[in-house]
Ligand binder design. Structure first.
Ligand code: MLT
Length: 269
């Protein structure tokens, strides 16, 4: 089966999306500051049974960049409009990693009828501390002054576990190349958007949708205890911890993550 790359006009921008396979829709929403490429192993696996839709969010990959701030709500609106353009009418299985998870909360808030299940990888539902916000704004400044090269290598220890870095140096190399190729304004806009995102921790108990949470045991950005607490608060959720991997679990342990997703989706189908 082959992957098709389409371009759609969505809310005033040109958005690139990769589509593969046939079946119920599985929407894969990438993390920051990456693109749909992080989901290659999931696209290859799930296209056997699902219509896999993997967009590049506004500001990333092959999609147009918006200067300023891109809120998590804006990303959710883009996804809703993209699905409408692709004539996907049935509710989707929404799988988001980290920033993709922040967008999932907004998608739920505004379009709950369009959600069938949630798969949340290495993400959180609370807001940043003051220090966290300040670090985001420092990063914006750095990237706009010196380009993504100034942050790419330094991000790797936060994205990948030590085990992954030691065993699979090519994953780190690919991530560095991807971050270095990202548009500085695109990075800045979503970084500002994340800094002002809303808190969803207090409303998790209202999200009446089957949910699977996946987290790397060595994730230092969104560690297992945070995700386990979310799974307790979400009415229909379970949490799967993947040993020896970090924040990029679907990339670092593709087979285990695919298996967990497959089992979950089979029950929810
Ligand atoms: C991501 O992977 O999307 C980022 O770690 C999200 C964040 O910076 O909070």
């Amino acid at each position: 089966m082959s992957q098709q790359k389409l371009e759609q006009n969505v809310n005033g921008i040109r958005m690139q999306v990769s589509i593969a396979g046939e079946g119920p829709p599985l929407l894969l929403v990438h993390g920051f500051p990456l693109s749909h490429r992080m989901w290659q192993a999931q696209i290859a696996h799930f296209q056997q049974q699902y219509t896999v839709i993997a967009p590049d969010l506004r500001g990333f990959g092959g999609s147009d960049v918006t200067v300023g701030t891109v809120s998590m709500k804006q990303h959710a609106e883009d996804l809703k409009e993209l699905l409408a353009q692709l004539e996907v009418d049935e509710p989707v299985n929404f799988c988001g990693l980290s920033m993709g998870g922040y967008i999932a909360w907004e998608f739920w808030r505004h379009y709950p009828e369009k959600l069938k299940t949630l798969i949340l990888c290495d993400t959180r539902s609370d807001v940043d501390t003051e220090e966290g916000v300040s670090n985001r704004l420092k990063m914006v400044d750095l990237v706009l002054r010196h380009g993504p090269e100034a942050v790419a290598s330094a991000m790797i220890p936060n994205l990948l576990s030590k085990t992954s870095r030691d065993l699979y140096p090519e994953i780190a190399q690919d991530l560095i190349a991807e971050i270095e190729a990202a548009d500085p304004e695109g990075i800045a806009a979503s970084q500002r958007g994340m800094a002002e995102r809303d808190d969803f921790l207090g409303v998790l108990d209202q999200i009446q949708i089957p949910a699977l949470l996946i987290v790397g045991s060595d994730d230092v950005l969104t560690p297992p205890d945070i995700m386990q607490e979310m799974a307790v608060r979400l009415p229909e959720a379970s949490c799967r911890e993947i040993p020896r991997v970090g924040h990029m679990a679907p990339l670092e342990a593709a087979e285990e993550v695919n298996q967990a997703m497959e089992e979950f989706l089979a029950v929810a189908r």
